[in-house]
Ligand binder design. Structure first.
Ligand code: SAM
Length: 415
């Protein structure tokens, strides 16, 4: 694989969280080829340059690589569980403000299915809202349109519920009465901020995203979801995404094939399933991802959120360092700026920016950036020595001497 192609893959991992090995072999290569062809660019190196310099090209590449697979009432069980959850709240004050997140929502089938359940359970759009988010602007636009062809119905059991749609030319359109429930947004799961202070969601659908993500991106997304979901809230994952892996302290709901679990009520309190602990299982039914484990194993007794994510932007800096070695200064500046937006006190980003300025012969800028490194890490030996050299060249021998003295003391202080 060429260095440029692997740089594109690193960018997809850093910005989108995409683990390219989760796609078919050569998927990125083919995506880059298609985009290069569309732009009339010759080879992945040229394409990488364009990708880094043109934010709209980033969006176009995302559209090429995302997997949009979804359908109405997908898997069935999660929507029965949602209905049970909403009914269990009937009459309580919390019934008047139910907030649900569908992330990722793809072309909207999941969010409209949720809205159908809300209407079915007698909850009005003033009492319940659905935030539906996806990174693909094209899919979000389709979601807002809410018109689906026959491919959106794959489960005969879902047919009665499709009454929420009206026939139009080319398929089914969501009925106007359901529209006020859902608000669609374009957003990245790695950075998604809920519109209200967290934890604000009673239910989160995060299905068929984690399977495509890098370990680091999975940590970031699971942390965010855990932070946004209210204690006692309902989380639904995809059928291949096990709670035991991603949310070990959540209590899987025993309803077969619901792929749902409850967040513990409070820190330090065991999570309790709301439905009978051992329901009769339908013959031949498959248990939810981790629902078959013994209750004691499932409910560790303490709510442990997923482990903290590594600092954001780290992968961008790995890529930036690689590109710095190849002399791609403009790309390095861009990536460091992006990494600093995620982590404004990144010593590594300022150091890389300083070295890039130095390599470009811009000593004033390099000095300012090395100063920034020292501000964040006063004993940074490399920055002290570089600054000493720059001061010396500027004719300020005293300052250079003081900086070298600091570098020596910093080096001695390191065990
Ligand atoms: C397979 S679909 C899942 C849709 C729906 N949740 C379902 O299970 O039917 C995966 C979706 O994830 C979206 N996606 C991928 N990476 C994302 C990210 N970092 N942030 C938000 N959405 C993302 C894609 O655009 C795609 O629409």
């Amino acid at each position: 694989m060429t260095r440029s192609l692997s740089a594109v893959e690193s960018l997809l991992a850093a910005r989108l969280g995409l683990d390219v090995s989760s796609l078919s072999p050569d998927a990125t290569k083919r995506a880059v080829e298609r985009r290069s062809l569309a732009l009339g660019l010759d080879g992945p190196a040229r394409y990488l340059g364009r990708l880094l310099d043109d934010p709209s090209e980033w969006v176009a590449l995302v559209e090429e690589v995302v997997v949009p697979e979804t359908w109405l009432f997908r898997d069935g069980g999660p929507f029965d569980e949602l209905a049970a959850f909403v009914r269990s709240r009937a009459g309580s004050p919390s019934a008047r403000s139910i907030r649900i997140l569908s992330l990722p929502c793809a072309s909207g089938e999941e969010a409209w299915s949720v809205a159908t359940i809300l209407a079915e359970t007698g909850v009005s759009p003033r009492e319940a809202t659905v935030d539906a988010v996806d990174v693909s602007p094209r899919l979000v636009e389709a979601a807002r349109r809410g018109i689906y062809g026959s491919g959106a119905i794959r489960d005969l059991e879902a047919l009665p519920r499709t009454e929420a749609f009206r026939p139009v030319e080319g398929g089914l359109e969501i009925r106007p009465a359901l529209r006020p429930y859902v608000r669609f947004h374009v957003g990245n799961a790695l950075e998604y901020e809920a519109p209200a202070p967290p934890p604000c969601y009673d239910v989160v659908f995060c299905r068929n995203l984690l399977i495509y993500l890098t370990p680091e991106a999975r940590r970031r997304v699971t942390n965010r979801i855990d932070g946004m979901l209210r204690p006692g809230g309902l989380l639904v994952l995809g059928h291949a995404e096990a709670f035991s892996t991603f949310f070990p302290s959540y209590a899987p709901v025993p309803r077969p094939r619901s792929f749902a679990a409850r967040k513990p009520e409070a820190v330090g309190e065991p999570a309790r399933p709301r439905v009978p602990a051992r329901p009769a299982q339908r013959p031949g039914s498959v248990p939810a991802a981790s629902g078959s484990r013994p209750a004691a194993e499932r409910n560790h007794g303490r709510h442990r959120p997923p482990p903290p994510a590594a600092p954001a932007g780290e992968e961008l800096l790995v890529l930036a360092r690689r590109l710095a070695g190849a002399g791609e200064r403009a790309s390095v500046e861009r990536l460091c700026a992006e990494a600093l937006a995620a982590d404004p006190v990144s010593v590594e980003a300022y150091l890389l920016l300083a070295e890039t300025a130095l390599a470009a012969g811009d000593e004033r800028r390099a000095e300012a950036r090395f100063d920034r490194v020292l501000y964040l890490d006063p004993r940074h030996e490399g920055a002290l020595l570089q600054l000493a050299r720059l001061r010396e060249r500027a004719g300020d021998g005293d300052a250079a001497g003081r900086l070298r003295g600091r570098a020596v003391r910093a080096a001695r202080a390191i065990p």
